[in-house]
Design a protein around this ligand. Sequence first.
Ligand code: GNR
Ligand code: NI
Length: 176
Amino acid sequence: MAVLEILEVPHPGLRAVAKPVATVDDSVRTIVSDMFDTMYDARGIGLAATQVAIEQRIVVIDLQETEGEGEDAKPVRKPLVFINPELLSVSDELSVYAEGCLSIPEQYADVERPARCRAAWLDEQGVRQEGDMDGLMATALQHEIDHLNGVLFIDHISKLKRDMLMKKLTKMRKAG
Ligand code: GNR
Ligand code: NI
């Protein structure tokens, strides 16, 4: 169990472009394991290696959707690993989600992205996978691939909204 420190804006490390993983070996699997520890600890639904100062193209996602209704509803863990993820195609249709980011704590903004995408990646065994995503999964994977390219969700909103959000973050930090 290793919970890593998550970089927060305006840390310049968040702007680094991560390098592809050459071989999926035990050192990569250790990073993946530490990233899950960190993501679950922070109660996020995804994490890119960039956010923990590791400049490699590694993403973990767990949407932690609930199963069951009312009293019985409990989150079900479905940990997913994406190494060297690539978007093969995206839909013309867009969708809007109120996005948050562990590197921009407690701030949310509507972000418009392609509603669906087809992606390729390597799994934890280094085997190439391909799949179609929609809904929150499509949004989350695009958000994480952005991180690997040094892009944050605030780069997708207007300067006015971004400035307001950063002001709120500064205020929140001052208040502790
Ligand atoms: O926990 C997270 N929630 C979230 C909500 C909407 C769209 C994207 C995300 S990802 C975010 C965790 C994070 O910062 N990943 O990089
Ligand atoms: Ni993020």
